[in-house]
Ligand binder design. Structure first.
Ligand code: ADP
Length: 231
């Protein structure tokens, strides 16, 4: 069923983006369009998460690998979540270190991993906070870090949050809406890549989620420079 939910949502999102790009909008209309875009983005992410979890239960998630350019990936994510961040007055930055190589990975699944982390970082950070995405390379893995200066997570809760439907410190978090699937999806899609995910956080002092995706060099015979998609 999730497939059927995705199509109309994608359409709402696309038309909201077209409208936002129009110059003639008055302030009230512009903020209404931004609201539609931000909420459609969040809803689409939730639908995608439900789809990923049901596929995980049926062992049907598979990698579709291609050469991934991380500058391109985080740029794309920043653009798509900018309206959500703006809605909450949060400054969102995305940086990729210059030595991060192209690596064979599943672009769409990496996008879902980082989108979920950024979505959470925005959700669990107060108005006016900051969310920073940083991509680095340690020689063996591409390291994707999403840091916020939000509400943080108590040590006792940090392990359980990667399980489905587990939410930390129930009472304060009840103010924030969520399905409890985001981090389970992050874990599933990271492990599908043979990677790991971890968190460093302290209550009221923000959180940093770090995903390590093993570096897989691009086979230059199959993917030459002029035809990166290998078609
Ligand atoms: P939810 O839909 O509840 O956000 P997730 O699986 O994405 O579900 O996250 C599980 C729980 O982990 C959240 O309910 C929240 O308590 C905690 N959490 C996740 N990301 C953050 C973050 N960046 N800051 C503080 N708490 C977080």
């Amino acid at each position: 069923m999730s497939h059927e939910l995705r199509t109309p949502l994608t359409s709402i999102l696309a038309f909201a983006r077209i409208l936002r790009g129009t110059d003639s909008l008055d302030d009230k209309t512009r903020s209404a369009v931004e609201e539609i875009e931000a909420n459609a983005t969040l809803l689409l992410n939730m639908v995608n998460n439900i789809l990923t979890i049901s596929k995980a239960e049926a062992h049907k998630n598979e990698l579709v690998v291609e050469p991934v350019d991380f500058v391109d990936l985080v740029g794309f994510i920043k653009k798509s979540l900018e309206p959500v961040a703006k809605n909450k007055g949060i400054a969102l930055t995305a940086k990729t270190a210059p030595d991060v190589p192209l690596s064979m990975a599943d672009w769409e699944k990496l996008r879902r991993i980082v989108e979920n982390l950024v979505d959470n970082a925005i959700k669990y950070t107060h108005v006016g906070g900051t969310v920073d995405v940083l991509v680095t390379f340690d020689g063996a893995a591409v390291v994707l870090a999403v840091a916020d200066d939000g509400i943080g997570i108590e040590a006792a809760d940090q392990e359980g949050i990667f399980e489905r439907y587990q939410q930390a410190g129930q009472s304060p978090n009840r103010r924030y809406r969520g399905t409890g699937l985001g981090l389970a999806v992050v874990k599933e899609l990271t492990e599908l890549h043979g990677g790991t995910v971890s968190v460093v956080s302290a209550r009221k002092h923000g959180s940093t989620f770090t995903v390590r995706i093993p570096y897989v060099p691009v086979d230059t015979e199959e993917y030459d420079e002029e035809d990166p998609a290998g078609r």
